[in-house]
Design a protein. Sequence first.
Length: 461
Amino acid sequence: MTTVKDRPKPVLLPELCKGCGRCIEACPKHCITLGEEINQTSGLVPVVIDYDVCNGCGLCISACPEPYGLTTDGYELEDPAKLFGAAAHHGRSPAAVEGRTLPLPKCEPLVLKGNYAAAVGALLAGCRHVFGYPITPSTEGAELMAKFLPKLDGVFMQAVSEVATVNHMYGCGGAGLPCMTFTSSPGLSLMLEGISYMIGAEVPAVFVNVMRGGPGLGNIGPSQADIKLLCRGLGHGNTHAIVLAPSTPQEMLDLTMEAFRLAFKYRNPVFVAPDGYLGQMTGRVQLPEEMIVPGVPSWAVFGDEVHRGNLINSIYLAETDLHAHNEKLQEKYALITANEQRATTYRAEDAKVLVVAASTPARMAKSAIEHLRQEGHKVGLFSPVTLWPFPIDALRAQLDHVEDIVVVEASAGQLEDELRLALSHAGLAGVRIHNLRRMGGLLPQEPEIRERIHAIIAEAA
Ligand code: SF4
Ligand code: SF4
C-alpha cells in the first residue's frame, strides 16, 4: 500500500521556474515560498520548496504552467541543464520556417482612408495578432482589425490600457508572430517602458502611431510632435527603431507592409508615423500583387519542442554582458543606418531652395512648389521616408546646388533637429536653414509655405 511517506515529492527545476506563484497558492501545506535569489540562467526568481513539510500531494505540479517546472522524476536531478538550453532540443536545433508569398488576384484600386490602408497592409504582411486601446485619430485601424481578424483565424484584443497592449505585443512578438498596434501620441507615451523592453530583447512588432496635438492629452488635430520621441526617446537605454513617415494612403499600406519585413529582418520594433490628417485622409490605394505568409524564426519562443530552449529576455545582470549586448545593438543600428535610409524628391534636381518636409506637410509643400516653379523659382522638395535613420546620403547628393533649406513641419522643430543632427554627423555645412512650423493640431498650409519661400528668395537676392 502506498503511504504518504512513499509519495514522490515534486522536483523543482529552478531554471524553468518563472516565479509565477501558482504552486504557492495550490499547496495545502504552505511549504512553497517565493525565492530571493535570481537564477543566473533564466534571469528569474524561482520559488523554494520546504521538503520537510511537503507530503507529495502533487497539487503544485498540476498548478504549474511550465511543462518541466515541477516534475515527479525524483528528488535529485543529475543535470538540470539537460532540460534547458541547446540540450532541450533533444539533439535538434530550431530551424527557421521560411515565410512565403501568395499571389493576389488583380483588382481595381480601392478608396481607403489612411488608417484602413495601414490595417490592410498589416493583414497582407501576415499580421493576425493586433492588440490595442482605442485612441483618436487612430481608432479606425483597430476597428477594422476587430472586424476582420476573427474571420481570419486571428486575434484582436482590446487591452485594458496601452501599458497592457505593449506587453501583449512583447509576448506575441517573442513567439515570432507578426503583431501590431494602432495608437496615437498620448498612447505612445504610455507604451514607452514596454517598447524599451522589446528593443532590449530584440522583439519585432509594428506600431502605427497616428500623431495628434500635444503635449498632454492635447487635442485630436494632426501633428508631427512625436518625432523626437520616436527618433530619440524610445525608453531608457540606448534605444533606436526605424521610423517610417508615409505621405499618402497608398504609402500607409505599403510602408506598413514594409514595416513588418524590416521588424523581422532586424528583430526590432518598427514605427509607422503619419500625422493625424493622413490617418483620416481618404485616397486611392492599389493592392500589391502578393501577400505574405509568415514563417517561424529560429529564435522564437514558439512553445513547441524544438524551440523549448529559446529565451527572450532583456536582463543582462553582469555589466560586461550588458555592455556587449549594447555594442551588438549599436552594430545593428549602424547596419540599419547604412542600408535603410529612404527619401523621395520632387523637382529637386536643380533646386536652390529645398523644402524638407514629411507626410501631409510634404503634400502641401508639393503644391506650393508647383506654383513657385510656374513663377520661375528653382524650388524642390526633399521628403524623408525614414525619419530614423535620417536619409542624409540622399540629401548630401542635393547639396551641391541647394543654397537654402526650409523645414516645413507640424512641430516645434523636431524634424529640423533630426536634419541638423544628420548634417552635423555627416560634416556637412554651408547651407542656410529656415523653417515654417505649426503646432497644436495645425498643419502648415500651402499659401503660407509659398509666402515663406518668397521671403527666403527675397532675402537671398
Ligand atoms: S506536493 Fe503538495 S505539499 Fe508538496 S509542495 Fe506540492 S502542493 Fe505542497
Ligand atoms: S507554478 Fe511552476 S513556474 Fe510558477 S512558481 Fe511554481 S514552480 Fe515556478
